[in-house]
Design a protein around this ligand. Structure first.
Ligand code: HEC
Ligand code: HEC
Length: 256
């Protein structure tokens, strides 16, 4: 009898845990993607004198020769955020770089990389954004000083789940949506990525930290990370510490 009781307790406990895990999973996955892998806050959370925040409420300016843009307010505020947007509209902004009104978003928003985000992960990201604290923060529209193409990426209808049991395929997927190559690839005079030198670094970033130059993260043994151990690479990505102990500066998107 005692045994039976214990057994059914375990079963009930497991049932609750399973239901809880199911409910948590989408949101936890969304939090993980937004706050670490995809680093939305790197652009969408402003940093004031009191530190970063409010979370994902936008406003950070980007001044480039060909446009001026401000990271959007991603909180569910109905007037100044995305509270009134449909899932489809939010998904189109993330994966295709198109605003709610159909205009193209400034190419700082890395849709070129986010286009690979799976449908399931997109739903997780949206569910995370929807439960943020709404913040009223009006963000100015972008000003373009260049002709815009018709579109940045071809329309996306569906993106299948990556195969998580294949570490190389899943790593490639995470690398795409983490947009590592956006920063770690040199650009030509027009600002296009030099795909022949993918991962070779040398892109300069100017900010309150001074000038940081993205590193060569190809497996070249001398100038890249070919000689690094897995633990050293992991530390650079998750803690922002280089092989020799040097603290990496922004905008290297290590987890925070
Ligand atoms: C490298 C900087 C950068 C990163 C990283 C980034 N964004 Fe953006 N995003 C922008 C900028 C800048 C805009 C505004 C572009 C414009 O209005 O032309 C924008 C616009 C948007 C919009 C359109 C909102 C509106 O009101 O028009 C959405 C939705 C969005 N981003 C979601 C995300 C999400 C979700 C992530 C992470 C998965 C993310 N962004 C990561 C820079 C970034
Ligand atoms: C928004 C731009 C940006 C993104 C996105 C980004 N990085 Fe970086 N990364 C940098 C910059 C800039 C540096 C150099 C910082 C410094 O020298 O202070 C750097 C440094 C590094 C280093 C240290 C290399 C060395 O020689 O010290 C590694 C490793 C690295 N990044 C890997 C990655 C990986 C992997 C990703 C994607 C998961 C990634 N980075 C995403 C900008 C970025």
């Amino acid at each position: 009898m005692r045994q039976l009781c214990a057994l059914s307790l375990v079963a009930v406990g497991a049932g609750i845990a399973a239901a809880g895990a199911q409910a948590e999973d989408t949101l936890q996955r969304g939090a993980y993607l937004v706050n670490t892998v995809m680093a939305c806050g790197n652009c969408h959370t402003s940093v004031g004198p009191a530190g970063p925040g409010p979370e994902l409420a936008g406003g950070l300016p980007f001044e480039l020769p060909s446009f001026t843009t401000y990271a959007a307010n991603l909180t569910p505020d109905r007037k100044t955020g995305i509270g009134d947007w449909s899932d489809q509209e939010i998904g189109r902004a993330i994966r295709e770089g198109i605003g709610r009104d159909g205009r193209l978003l400034a190419p700082v928003m890395p849709a070129e990389f986010f286009q690979h985000l799976s449908d399931q992960d997109l739903a997780a990201v949206i569910s995370y954004l929807r439960q943020l604290e709404p913040v009223r923060n009006e963000v100015p529209p972008s000003i373009f000083r260049m002709p815009l193409p018709v579109t940045w990426v071809e329309p996306i209808t569906a993106v299948a789940e990556p195969d998580r049991s294949d570490p190389v395929a899943y790593g490639a997927y995470l690398g795409q949506i983490a947009h590592c190559m956006e920063c770690h690839t040199p650009r030509d005079d027009q600002g296009h990525l030099d795909l022949a030198r993918l991962g070779a670094g040398q892109h300069e970033f100017i900010g309150p930290w001074g000038v940081s130059v993205s590193a060569n993260i190809t497996p070249n043994a001398e100038t890249g990370i070919g000689g690094w151990s897995d633990a050293e690479i992991k530390r650079a990505i998750t803690e922002g510490i280089s092989r020799n102990g040097y603290e990496l500066r922004p905008p290297m998107a290590f987890s925070y």
